[in-house]
Design a protein around this ligand. Structure first.
Ligand code: AMP
Length: 610
């Protein structure tokens, strides 16, 4: 459905930028071949040339005076309003004509528009490479609170980059468009956008496919980076408690603490507990510890509360109550934090839209808007089916699918599982998405542990696992051990951020490997079965002396060796054949042992009832 004159959508962000457009199957972010869509909004000046994106971001600590970031904060601002901001920035910002500012690097100076244009050039180049065609037009997004001068500056940046800016649209509007909310006749939409360093909430009113911004509120210095800072403080306390001599205030230690903190935070958005290791090579110190989601929630709760206070302010300014909101849309990487989603849901009394990758949702909405402006149609389906199967890991790394691909949402499915080891009191539930038979070939979505199961012999616990996918595509996975009533659950979000190519590759691979996977899976199942049979035989071996001739016992031993040999090879059919043979040889024992057990039971019964 590529129209002659493609108009791409661009999210020109404070920390990251990216582009998107509409293909036959729907809207998608534009990626480097085999790579990501996101380009860090960072630029470094080197030998009279700019380096933009990931490479520049890496240079941020090494060449701070030549590396520019957060340009968006400078757009159409005068030096007075930037006083505080400038104190936080390591590069030089000075007053220029008409009260505006310029960034100084060595003897050169640049307007924020020129710097933004460099970022836009990088985005344009990536889009051209992805689409294999020149791009001349774009829709660019800006925060809802941008004034006319800031919007004009953004237009100018586009022009400098060689792009005709066909339209400037609000970021929250773009996010709402991505979810197809513009196709509803009317309604009130709240867009909650929590990124790495900024937060804003917008209340939009939709009437006849046009979104009007009723109110916005936010904090230009609040985001996931602040969560990391709090977790890093706690890490520091952990380390110092064990190693009072550690020096943790230097630049290297601080940056390692921050990095570890971010990893912990991201891991805990998919699980309830995590382990970490922190290495300080210069101090020859390695520290390992654990972090729980509960503790992270405690730490970040006041910051999350601040965002909710902003939501109340915005609602008040819009003259609305939480129950007036028809849809809530989540934007920004930090909207993945479970506590954030939970509290937003509690505030508005409804599950937020989170199914589209929150880093890409604004660009995708802008891409759809560009496509419509270029005369394209909007007749592709949005996310109403589950694109890839969902399930859990079972013994031997096999993938047990509970909900298959293309099921319509909402969907629910449950299945019972058991243990393979005696006295297992904790059971790990590992959640995956994919089409292959083994979890190593699928994508991990999250995990949790069902604890407190009373010790029982293997095979006795009855663990019922339930998957529930709601209309927003959020997956809730619960596990309950039916005999003891112990239960646990977690909420995860499947990846919808897959490109069409990725989806096709996953599907093709599934077909290509179907037979091989099936054989492998059978092999694992038969090996597990063989292990169980061996354990059973070992348990009763001494009893068989009275029941079998030495020759029969010898034959069983020999056949066990044959089975063992086949278990080490890769032919499931041969393994099964030898196991059946072993079954035939041990059948008389099994019969006698079962009747012996039954006799013992009967005897006990008579004794007790006599
Ligand atoms: P953005 O500015 O929208 O790119 O968001 C970046 C922020 O999102 C950073 O603070 C990241 O640490 C955070 N983030 C990204 N992925 C996750 C995740 N899975 N869980 C929690 N935070 C995340």
């Amino acid at each position: 459905m590529q129209t002659n004159e493609t108009i791409i959508g661009i999210d020109l962000g404070t920390t990251n930028s990216l582009a998107a457009t509409v293909f036959d199957h729907g809207a998608e972010a534009l990626r480097e071949s085999g790579g990501g869509a996101i380009i860090p909004s960072v630029l470094t000046r080197q030998d009279g040339r700019w380096t933009v994106g990931e490479e520049a971001r890496q240079l941020r600590t090494r060449a701070p005076e030549r590396t520019v970031y957060s340009v968006k904060r400078l757009m159409a601002q005068d030096i007075e309003s930037l006083r505080e901001e400038i104190l936080r920035l390591p590069y030089t910002v000075k007053q220029a004509q008409r009260g505006l500012v310029k960034v100084h690097i060595g003897a050169e100076s640049f307007t924020p528009q020129e710097l933004s244009a460099e970022i836009l050039r990088a985005v344009k180049r990536r889009a051209e490479a992805a689409l294999r065609q020149p791009i001349a037009k774009a829709v660019i997004t800006v925060p809802a609170f941008f004034d006319d001068a800031q919007r004009q500056a953004t237009r100018d940046a586009g022009r400098i980059a060689g792009l005709e800016v066909v339209r400037i649209i609000n970021e929250p509007t773009a996010a709402a468009i991505a979810y197809g909310l513009d196709q509803k006749r009317k309604g009130i939409v709240a867009v909650y956008d929590l990124g790495g360093g900024t937060f804003d909430i917008s209340i939009l009113q939709l009437s006849g496919a046009v979104f009007k911004v009723l109110a916005t509120h936010g904090d230009t210095h609040l985001g996931g980076d602040d969560f990391d800072a709090l977790i890093a403080e706690e890490l520091k306390r952990h380390v110092l408690a064990a190693h009072p001599e550690a020096r943790l205030d230097g630049a290297l230690a601080s940056s390692l603490l921050r990095k570890t903190a971010e990893l912990i935070k991201i891991d805990l958005s998919r699980s309830l507990e995590t382990e970490y290791t922190l290495e300080l090579p210069d101090q020859k110190l390695t520290f390992a510890g654990r972090f729980t989601a509960d503790r992270v929630n405690e730490l970040i709760s006041p910051l999350v509360q601040q965002t909710l206070n902003s939501c109340h302010e915005a609602l008040k300014a819009a003259g609305k109550r939480p129950e007036d909101i028809d849809d809530v849309v989540m934007v920004g990487g930090s909207s993945r934090v479970p506590l954030v989603r939970k509290r937003v849901q509690a505030l508005f009394g409804r599950g937020p839209n989170i199914a589209i990758n929150p880093d890409e949702v604004v660009a995708i909405g802008a891409g759809i808007q560009g496509h419509l402006l270029a005369g394209g149609r909007r007749d592709y389906v949005l996310l109403d089916v589950i694109p890839l199967s969902l399930g859990i890991e079972t013994l031997g790394g096999t993938f047990s699918k509970l909900i298959t691909a293309n099921s319509t949402i909402p969907a629910e499915a449950s299945e019972e599982f058991t243990t393979y080891v005696d006295n297992q009191t904790g059971i790990d539930i590992n959640i995956y998405q994919g089409e292959r038979e083994f979890v190593k070939d699928c994508r991990n979505l999250g995990r949790f542990r069902l604890k407190g199961v009373p010790p029982m012999p293997a095979g006795l616990p009855r663990v019922k696992v339930t998957f529930h996918v709601d209309t927003n595509g959020i997956v809730n996975v619960g596990a309950v051990e039916q005999r003891s009533g112990q239960e646990a659950s977690i909420e995860v979000i499947p990846s919808h951020g897959l490109t069409n190519d990725e989806m096709e590759r996953i599907m093709d691979e599934a077909v290509e490997h179907a037979i091989e996977d099936l054989n492998q899976r059978q092999l694992v199942e038969f090996r597990n079965m063989a292990e169980a049979v061996f354990r059973g035989i070992d348990k009763v071996w001494d009893d068989t002396e009275a029941l079998l001739t030495p020759l029969e016992r010898e034959e069983i031993r020999k056949q066990m060796d044959v089975v063992r040999q086949h278990a080490g090879q890769s032919d499931p059919v041969a393994l099964k054949r030898e196991m059946d043979r072993l079954g035939d040889l041990t059948r008389p024992v099994a019969d006698v042992i079962i009747s012996k057990a039954a006799l013992t039971e009967l005897r006990r019964f008579y004794e007790e009832t006599r």
